[in-house]
Design a protein around this ligand. Structure first.
Ligand SMILES: [Zn+2]
Length: 277
């Protein structure tokens, strides 16, 4: 018996609490979290359908460096970006950056993490979706240079205006992801945030990363928060080491309905767990 299969009873118990217990309802659902192979479940996830402008202006501001709860934020004009997910439309409001990365992958971190913040069509700030992407050190990213070569150095500095920006350059071709329900990672740490953490990192050059980290010498990332029985789903083949027992699987399906990640028609798909490694 390997480590992952020994873990299953506790996953099952946690799911039972999540579904049935008032104690689970009172548990915190905070972000960020650590995505672990032995507590993440594999499945076909509803597709992410982005519609992003390839030529839109940005307004980039420093919200308060070097405060660890502040960042560099690029505000996006209304209508410049949207995401359709499970029949719901989300509108891109802004994107910003953290150092080091906030979410971990089997305990491993990355130099930075980017968050694209979407609101629902009613712009209800109590109902947000964040698309997250790790940033690794690699080659120079020219598309992001208009931001990273002119990062506003002071919170009271004039905003940086970028006249022409292609939002599509922020996303990978491969949209495999981790998805869970969490919170904002900065005050007021509001919950009911749907997280979509793209698996494929974005590469920036060392100089580009250093330009950002120099502004946040103590970092601007929140510490990892407990899962408290929450379910993390992924469509990254080969990441998950656990194949659920039938009773756990049944509870997962019910849990998925609760958190709304998977359309009903997909729950009965015969290959839902079929590719679990
Ligand atoms: Zn963030």
């Amino acid at each position: 018996m390997n480590r992952s299969s020994r873990f299953l009873p506790s996953v099952s118990f946690a799911c039972a609490l999540f579904l049935c217990g008032q104690s689970a309802a009172q548990a915190a659902s905070q972000s960020p979290v650590n995505f672990r192979s032995d507590s993440t479940f594999f499945g076909n996830l509803p597709p992410l359908q982005f519609t992003l402008s390839s030529d839109t202006p940005l307004t980039v501001i420093n919200t308060g460096t070097p405060d660890d709860e502040k960042n560099i934020r690029a505000d996006v004009n209304a209508g410049a970006g949207s995401l359709m997910l499970s029949g719901d439309e989300w509108n891109l409001a802004q994107f910003h950056f953290h150092t080091p990365a906030e979410h971990l992958l089997n305990g491993q971190t990355m130099p930075m993490e980017m968050h694209l913040v979407f609101t629902d069509t009613a712009a209800n700030l109590d109902n947000l979706l964040v698309v997250s992407r790790w940033i690794e050190q690699g080659t120079f990213k020219s598309a992001l240079d208009p931001i990273f070569s002119h990062l506003p150095q002071q919170p009271d500095a004039d905003a940086l205006s970028v006249d022409h920006f292609n939002l599509n350059t922020l996303l990978p071709d491969n949209l495999q992801s981790f998805r869970y329900s969490g919170s904002l990672t900065t005050p007021p740490f509001s919950e009911n945030v749907t997280w979509v953490d793209l698996a494929e990192p974005l590469a920036l050059s060392a100089a580009q990363i250093n330009a950002f980290t120099a502004l946040f010498s103590d970092g601007n990332a929140r510490e990892i928060q407990p899962l408290d029985g929450r379910i993390i789903l992924t469509d990254v083949a080969g990441f998950v080491s656990a194949v659920p027992e039938p009773e756990t699987y049944a509870m997962l399906l019910a849990g998925l309905g609760l958190i709304g990640f998977v359309a009903r028609r997909r729950l009965t798909s015969p290959d839902f767990m079929g590719s679990a490694a």
